[in-house]
Design a protein around this ligand. Structure first.
Ligand SMILES: NC(=O)c1ccc[n+]([C@@H]2O[C@H](COP(=O)([O-])OP(=O)(O)OC[C@H]3O[C@@H](n4cnc5c(N)ncnc54)[C@H](OP(=O)(O)O)[C@@H]3O)[C@@H](O)[C@H]2O)c1
Length: 334
């Protein structure tokens, strides 16, 4: 038999989905231009949805989740990448219906591969991962919308989560006055050490107020929560403010009137990290490796192996994770 690798394989068992670490031949991996030995992956909320059989994320099982991977090219059929190159893959179909980064190896189309930006190690690139990329894309949209530090406070919701914690760090580094909203009262100090000026309880932003407007409080917001929280944000954003909507941990639907848009002139930006075009993708990674690189990356990271994934997946679904969870496939080829 040829070379083997280990992967966290999720299988459907009746109505249940169960993951376990297995040895698989490299021939198990899909066709693709670039074979990458994975040094690090990371756990994102979407990986948990995949591992639980959410059909909006993954339709075919058995499946190896992991929407992020960073590692070293081992084989390449295209001139753009050579063995030994350090690379990052986030988004596209990785970990959705293409076997993903919770494994010793991934094989992907060259069009998905980003050279590791100078200024980041492979480990740092995965502390950031899709969460960091999404946080940076959200900040990019706020800046595009004209939100500058002198305009007023910027709100970040789900602030101890992966996207939220990195959004807090980036915005603080860029000089914004950040208000972090969190459900974890015991993590307020962490949020302050990431650079949040104020921290407010999650429930503050979850209201059934029938009013079209609330007191204008935010020059901008990065919202990872959606649902009623996004309703509240739209009502409480200042004149000409901007809101980046990137997540749905609190709900996928929300109600709004047109008034925040036609009277306060606010802008609502949609954030998509998955199909983000390569030119913008490279620009965002470039910023993340330079002037936007959080100085607090190590503070955000914890490390687990493939064996720990099942319990970490339960934790992220319960909103219990803080910061970023690096996944290290400890034995790539066996
Ligand atoms: N648009 C994109 O391309 C893109 C990319 C990546 C992620 N996302 C989305 O962004 C969201 C966050 O992802 P993530 O990886 O950062 O997840 P995460 O690490 O699990 O963080 C989510 C955070 O939201 C808060 N939270 C949890 N349950 C909540 C609830 N019921 N109501 C309100 N807040 C709740 C918690 O923070 P506190 O305890 O501090 O409140 C939690 O840590 C997810 O919806 C994910 O699907 C979108």
């Amino acid at each position: 038999m040829g070379k083997m690798f280990i992967g966290y394989v999720v299988k459907k068992d009746g109505d249940e989905f169960k993951g376990s670490v297995e040895r698989l031949p490299l021939s198990h991996l899909p066709q693709g231009d670039v074979l990458i030995r994975v040094s690090y992956s990371s756990l994102n909320y979407k990986d948990a949805l995949s591992a639980k059989g959410n059909p909006g994320v993954t339709r075919k099982f058995p499946h190896i989740p992991g929407i992020d991977a960073a590692g070293v090219v081992e084989e390449s059929s295209v001139p753009d990448f050579s063995p030994g190159d350090e690379v990052v893959v986030t988004g596209y179909d990785l970990g959705m219906n293409t076997d993903g980064g919770f494994a010793g190896y991934v094989r992907v189309p060259a069009a998905w591969v980003v050279p590791l930006p100078k200024g980041l190690t492979l480990r740092e690139s995965m502390i950031l991962g899709t969460a960091g990329f999404t946080a940076a894309l959200s900040v990019h949209h706020l800046i595009r919308g004209g939100v500058t530090p002198d305009r007023g406070p910027v709100l970040v919701t789900g602030a101890t989560g992966g996207v939220g914690s990195i959004a807090v760090s980036i915005l603080a580094k860029l000089g914004y006055s950040v208000t972090a909203s969190s459900g974890k009262r015991d993590q307020y100090d962490l949020l302050r050490s990431l650079g949040a000026k104020d921290v407010i309880p999650r429930e503050t932003l979850d209201t059934d107020s029938p009013k079209a407007f609330l007191k204008p409080e935010w020059a901008g917001a990065v919202d990872t929560v959606g649902g009623k929280t996004l309703e509240y944000i739209l009502k409480s954003t200042m004149y000409m403010g901007s809101v980046s909507s990137c997540g749905l941990v609190g709900g996928s639907s929300f109600c709004t009137t047109v008034f925040p848009f036609i009277i306060r002139g606010i802008s609502l930006y949609g954030v998509d990290s998955v199909e983000c075009p390569m030119d913008l993708r490279l620009e965002i990674w470039n910023r993340l490796s330079g002037e936007w690189k959080p100085s607090t990356l190590d503070l955000l990271a914890s490390e687990i192996g493939l064996d720990d994934l099942s319990s970490a997946i339960e934790d992220i679904l319960k909103g219990k994770i803080k910061g970023r969870t690096l996944v290290v496939p400890r034995s790539n080829a066996v």
